[in-house]
Design a protein around this ligand. Structure first.
Ligand code: HXC
Length: 265
């Protein structure tokens, strides 16, 4: 493969990226971060180039008990301040690339999602968890804090008070608790995890690609804005879609009582 720490598999319209550093429970070292960036960038370019064969990205961990057990502590131990800044920035860049992909990104959390692993899952559009998943931000045990967006995305997902409790105690929570606080969308049996995620991508694949792209973009951009400005972004995107063939095809197909054939144009 072209990657040392990633496995790539396409299942119908779903691309599955599995992080694979089994000896370290898939901990994120600079190589994993760089390879994730490359793989995500390549997918983004493929779609921007007009190839919409992939309609959803699934991120998972290639390990029976771990999604990602955090940033790699061995590679962080001797970092100085500048190197830590660089490493954290590269992790954030991956998060931005995931947010900017024009297709939904699902974290399929199969086991430990700790520290940078929980943060990587949070950088995906939503999380589907196996019953065996465990989440936590244990950085305080190491004398640091989350650096790949954990303090910010976790707060926005579950509220500041719950995020703060996790970030200051370093405590791990199980999948059922993660579901209860809204950190994950669904919890499924371990053996059903990838099928569930691929099934979601299969549903997305029947929808208008440009509409899906705009729904994701508007939701993310709107989250940064006061409601009136956010609503205005929605109105503009809604209207702009009326300049697409997908809108005429989608509505015509409904009226003709047939399945739409979208062209992403
Ligand atoms: C490096 C790690 C690792 C990590 C596990 N390993 N997590 N190596 N970085 N984050 C390695 C172990 O050292 C061990 O290697 C092997 O993986 C198996 O782990 P064990 O500890 O033996 O497994 P187990 O007893 O089942 O415990 C699992 C665990 C524990 C609870 C997940 O490994 C653990 O607490 N890991 C650290 C979790 C953590 O603190 N993550 C946050 C990191 S800070 P050997 O060679 O001994 O077999 C962070 C910051 C993000 O993520 C922001 C950066 C900018």
């Amino acid at each position: 493969s072209q990657f040392e720490t990633l496995k790539i598999e396409d299942r119908g319209p779903a691309r599955i990226l599995s992080i694979s550093r089994p000896k370290a429970l898939n901990a994120l070292n600079p190589t994993v971060i760089a390879e994730l960036s490359r793989a995500i960038e390549a997918l983004g370019q493929q779609i921007e180039g007009g190839d919409w064969s992939i309609r959803g990205l699934i991120l998972t961990g290639d390990h029976p008990k771990s999604f990602v057990a955090g940033a790699d502590i061995a590679s962080m131990a001797d970092m100085d301040k500048d190197q830590a800044m660089e490493f954290a920035s590269q992790g954030h860049a991956v998060g931005e690339m995931l947010a900017n992909l024009p297709i939904p990104v699902i974290a399929a959390v199969n086991g430990f999602a700790l520290g940078g692993g929980c943060e990587l899952a949070l950088a995906c559009d939503f999380i589907i968890a196996s019953e065996k998943a465990k989440f936590g931000q244990p950085e305080v045990k190491l004398g640091v804090i989350p650096g790949f967006g954990g303090t910010q995305r976790l707060s926005r997902r579950v509220g500041a008070a719950r995020a703060l409790e996790l970030c200051v105690t370093g405590d791990m929570i199980r999948a059922d608790e993660a579901l209860r606080i809204g950190l994950v969308n669904r919890v499924v049996a371990p053996e059903a995890l990838l099928d569930t995620c691929a099934g979601i991508v299969g549903m997305v694949a029947k929808m208008g690609p440009l509409a899906v792209k705009e729904a994701k973009r508007v939701i993310h951009q709107g989250a940064e804005l006061p409601l009136p400005a956010a609503n205005q972004i929605e109105v503009e995107a809604f209207a702009a879609l009326f300049d697409t063939q997908d809108q005429s095809e989608g509505m015509r197909a409904f009226l003709d009582k047939r399945e739409a054939e979208f062209s992403a144009k």
